[in-house]
Design a protein around this ligand. Sequence first.
Ligand code: 3JM
Length: 343
Amino acid sequence: MKRYNIAILGATGAVGQEFLKLIEERNFPFAELRLLASSRSAGKEIVFMGKTYIVEEATKDSFANIDIALFAGGSVSKEFAPYAVKAGAVVIDNSSAFRMDPEVPLIVPEVNPEAILKHKGIIANPNCSTIIMVMALKPIYDLAKIKRVVVSTYQAVSGAGKEGIDELDNQVREHSEGKTMTANILPSSSLPKHYPIAFNLIPQIDAFLDNLYTKEEIKMIDETKKIMEDYEMKITATTVRVPVYRSHSESINIELEQPLTLAAIKTALASFPGVQVQDNPKEQIYPMPLFTSEVDDVFVGRIREDNSAPNAYNMWVVGDQIRKGAALNTLQIAEMMIKNEWL
Ligand code: 3JM
């Protein structure tokens, strides 16, 4: 089998580390592996599959001879993507920098694989909450067009990186010691005010826009329409940070153009690759974030009719936002290109 030269930009962060785990786990056909990061992390040693790698500082010359550049995300994506493309690499990027660019395909391989073919060097990986949602929408949409979506998210602190996890841990400790909880990271370190996440919920992910939605909410709305190639679909979203370590959950209400039986919805979801139905109220079976972390699939439960509106249904969707919501989806895009000889 042909092997490919891979660069990982952001190798030391949560998504970068997940790339490495998945490359080993999935036996990804790499030849050379180049680990890149900002100057802050350059020089760190990473032992991977029995070999020690030194993390290099990313520069405009870092992408010579690279076939596939996996970008973990953040503001560095915008800076380095043009250099990687110029060097002849295909960039698969996890940041929001290129997602809504009409020249850049926005891909979930199970949902819109053929859109990959339109790339001009950069392919965007959707926002974590978007990926988890469209995995549940697509199998239903293929049976009956979705007219409207109302989604509320319950997003884990690891979505804010390792600092988010540390902040929750510290606050739980402070609270148990009777101290005042300190908050520096959430909802976002760049914002003026911070609130404790322990024993709390924060109804703000990313900054507010003039229309009173947050950026995260608008990402879910705009990206879903682009991936599903349906700009008529009405979507509204509320995104909330919850004191969970890992895996995002979403309460999703959909309104369809025509009615479906619950059995048809469950069969469509269960037979869709990457989705598992976990739904048995009698046995108290439903997905929960504690049990879906470090698992590849997206889980759907609480599937039921919304008895307040015609052709409307409710469901509860849970998935590991660092796996399917980020690193796994990115690698699956690369694997699909390799399999189809699209590189
Ligand atoms: C998730 O440095 C940055 O601007 C990163 C902001 C960010 C994003 C984004 O906008 O790319 C943090 C967490 C995302 C995302 O996936 O959209």
